[in-house]
Design a protein around this ligand. Structure first.
Ligand code: AMP
Ligand code: ZN
Length: 114
């Protein structure tokens, strides 16, 4: 999608610190990290949010979570733990409308009963 920040990052038109890539998915460091490790995982195909992604091609969820599995194993985040979050709409705090999954870790995270 032409005016999408994360499509531009995917195409290399905007710089990012890429930490993972496979056929379907890329992951790069969040520019404003909210934890010691804060990585964004996106599918290469543009959808605006997780509900659109699931409605149009639910197999992309597996693509993303398999990428998260590989990355967290390779980076050893599986040894200490991590959290995956996707924001939807204004109350969810979504600011970029290309479906993305925040991977947070590298420290003890607060909230959600922690
Ligand atoms: P959300 O608020 O869930 O839509 O998440 C969007 C995320 O993108 C935020 O955590 C931002 O810090 C992050 N972000 C915005 N611009 C960039 C960029 N150019 N490179 C990497 N991350 C970005
Ligand atoms: Zn996009």
């Amino acid at each position: 999608m032409e005016d999408c920040l994360f499509c531009k990052i995917h195409k290399g038109e905007i710089p990012s610190t890429r930490v993972y890539e496979d056929e379907n998915v890329i992951a790069f460091r969040d520019l404003y990290p909210q934890a010691k490790e804060h990585i964004l995982f996106i599918h290469k195909r543009h959808t605006k949010n997780v509900n659109e992604l699931v409605a149009t091609d639910p197999s992309e969820l597996s693509d993303v979570f398999l990428a998260i599995k590989k990355y967290t194993e390779d980076s050893k985040l599986t040894e200490t733990g991590f959290r995956v979050v996707t924001n939807f709409g204004p109350d969810g705090g979504q600011t970029v409308f290309h479906t993305h999954f925040h991977l947070l870790g590298g420290q003890k995270l607060k909230g959600f009963g922690a």
